[in-house]
Ligand binder design. Structure first.
Ligand SMILES: [Mg+2]
Ligand SMILES: [Zn+2]
Length: 161
């Protein structure tokens, strides 16, 4: 079974400026591509799990999100990371819709688990909000790391990864 490095997007992969829906507003957090690359070398497949209520709120469209996602995936691949669109899970709903995918609910993790056959206990989740960590734990992810929003993470902080 494969192990995964689950990552929140806004605040972990890119600078969270609030409802980032366009390429021009997307800036990678310093060092994050190196972190993902190194984790992949250690056998973790990268999976992005992101709440995107900006879609449900009408701040940007699903099409905007897909455009931005293609761009982000391309940048990751240019860095040598093996990833494609199927590794990206998003929840487009507003909090009041009560869906099963918006973190802290575990829906996106379960979907990823099923799609890739992931060993959840051996996997990691990095998030910048308590709800990221809660969702991961509900899905049985064995290792979690709560970082501060927009902060560079050194792989050495992830003990045992
Ligand atoms: Mg976040
Ligand atoms: Zn949802």
């Amino acid at each position: 079974m494969k192990k995964a490095l689950f990552l929140d997007r806004d605040g972990v992969i890119n600078i969270d400026r609030g409802y980032v829906g366009k390429i021009e507003d997307f800036e990678f957090v310093d060092g994050v591509l190196d972190l993902i690359y190194e984790a992949q070398k250690r056998g973790y497949i990268p999976i992005v799990v992101t709440n995107q209520s900006g879609i449900g709120r009408g701040y940007y469209s699903g099409e905007d999100f897909e455009k931005l996602t293609s761009w982000m995936v391309r940048k990751m691949r240019e860095r040598g990371i093996v990833i494609d669109r199927s590794h990206i899970f998003f929840c487009p709903h507003r909090p009041d819709e009560g869906c099963e995918c918006r973190k802290p609910m575990p829906g996106m993790f379960r979907e990823a688990q099923e799609r890739f056959g992931i060993d959840m206990a051996a996997s990691w989740m990095i998030g910048d909000k308590p709800g990221d960590i809660e969702a991961a734990k509900r899905a049985g992810v064995g290792h979690t790391y709560l970082t501060e929003r927009n902060r560079r993470i050194d792989i050495k902080e992830l003990h045992g990864l």
